[in-house]
Design a protein around this ligand. Sequence first.
Ligand code: PMP
Length: 357
Amino acid sequence: MVRLRPVLSTLPSYVPGRTVPGAIKLASNEVPYPPLPSVLERITAAAAGMNRYPDNASTALTDAIAARAGVDAAQVAIGCGSVSLCTQLVQAVADADDEVVYAWRSFEAYPIIAAVSGASSVQVPLHDHTHDLDEMAARITGKTRLVFVCNPNNPTGTVVHRDELLRFLRAVPEDVVVCLDEAYREFVRDNAVPDGLTLLDAHPNLVVLRTFSKAYGLAGLRVGYAVAADPALAAALRQTQVPFAVTTVAQEAALASLEPAAEKELLERVDELVAERTRVADALRAQGWEIPPTEANFVWFPLGDATADFAAGCEARGLIVRAFAGVGARVTIGTRDENERLLAATAELRPVVTGAV
Ligand code: PMP
């Protein structure tokens, strides 16, 4: 028998949103639209060179991101999805038994990443489905090396505002890294939510994560980026990267998505999804569901013990949602037709889930 690390037997497994043939998948916060023709063209051309390894430094994409963010290229690291950068970050800053602080419930990869790297997780319960930043600051100890702040938060969609985030950043010691995970940034319309990139100048321990998986529709290609206030941290992210993890096709797709015409079209799609988010959340509340305010491309149903029944009821109606047993269900905003299907299902499920029938 091979000998595996004991931590693996206690690890929560990452449960990806399920894909069920014929069903509408609202489980993984992807955008529902197909790739743009211009992006497909560019990756098809790039695929012709796949006998060669990719540019390990993702030079062109790094430069493009740096120029847009108004930072030095040395502050940027490209990753195989931003989840990979979360992992590299823990590997870069936390030794065994160091602590990683994050809200809970938040992005389900955080506990897995911390455990695999040997670091200890400090999970700070959400308050009103939202990060409790004061409590998170209070939980920082001499062992804390990293704090994740997921804004908007996955799976609740809730946000932290500029004032409270700045207060939190002031409270965190300068040698503790704060990672602002902004995977859903493009869906934010609340002006009180700061753009993390604007906070880098004043906060040397801050790193911001973004991804091409959500708003830019490249989830299947795996490309995201980090912008760190401190170039030494970005360099550490490059050091902890698996060599050649970001494929040429992924790099080219990201670059193609940043072309002005393509990006305009992609962000118009995001506007459509944001309008649908408002419509769906309002309609759900009118049906009687508690839906916390959301600034992401999903809504959260805090259903507790009724979660499994709700998810099964959705699945029976051809809709796959993401259930967190005993806690709640996260449902991604889809096309208008898909959302109509959701609203029809939730109207039927409302009495079932509340025990009214
Ligand atoms: N951060 C958050 C908060 C997420 O929800 C996700 C995707 N579910 C990621 C990071 C990772 O996205 P990716 O690796 O596709 O960039």
